[in-house]
Design a protein around this ligand. Structure first.
Ligand code: 5GP
Length: 192
């Protein structure tokens, strides 16, 4: 998605440790016009798939998933990262290693919100090693539902999470795939 790549080049900031900051337009302040176009692009990529529900993970996936869901006319369920008294039913859980926070945590979805047989599209802002997406895949499979695919706004291709999932037969559609990035030169190379 050319518009997204241009925006990453213009406003993305590459940090040491292979972290890309896009908080001026994607996951802190949100450019809703751009995210609308992102949602429309996911709808084009997954055209013809009957999507019953979108699943994402709190917090930064929620806004993107909510806008995307308007193009699929379906609800969004987001996995929670913290146990809460509001999670009072049967809960599906998966362990996820956090790329940015360097710790492991549980993600949780109440089982009544994922029905057996549903076709579910996973949406998230970033893919690095694929841990977050794999946690959601696990939850969907525990529920007896089906993973329609994974839609990612920015995939860091050099961390190979997306390639691993593709090798496992899961459809991963990323709107910008970064092949290389250099914090010193502030240079990004996208996969063609
Ligand atoms: P993974 O689980 O694929 O290793 O990492 C994906 C998760 O970590 C995403 O949900 C995202 O929130 C976060 N993440 C990974 N890499 C980056 C990055 O370079 N920048 C930002 N802002 N978040 C990242």
């Amino acid at each position: 998605m050319e518009l997204l790549k241009e925006r990453i080049r213009k406003d993305g900031v590459i940090k040491e440790g292979n972290v890309l900051k896009v908080d001026s337009f994607l996951n802190h302040r949100m450019d809703i016009d751009l995210i609308n176009q992102i949602g429309r692009e996911f709808a084009v990529r997954f055209e013809g798939e009957k999507i019953d529900q979108i699943m994402t993970i709190e917090a930064s996936g929620i806004g993107i998933a909510a806008i995307t869901a308007q193009y699929f006319n379906c609800p969004v369920v987001f996995a929670k990262k913290t146990q809460s008294i509001n999670l009072d039913g049967n809960v599906l859980t998966a362990r996820v290693e956090s790329f940015t926070k360097k710790k492991t945590y549980d993600v949780m979805v109440e089982s009544r919100f994922v029905r057996p047989g549903e076709n579910i599209l996973i949406i998230d802002d970033f893919m690095a090693k694929g841990y977050a997406a794999r946690g959601l895949v696990e939850i969907i499979q525990q529920a007896g539902a089906k993973v329609a695919g994974i839609g990612i706004v920015i995939e860091k291709g050099f961390q190979h999470g997306g390639d691993g999932l593709r090798e496992d037969g899961i459809r991963v559609e990323s709107l910008a795939i970064i092949e290389e990035m250099d914090a010193t030169a502030q240079k990004i190379v996208f996969r063609e």
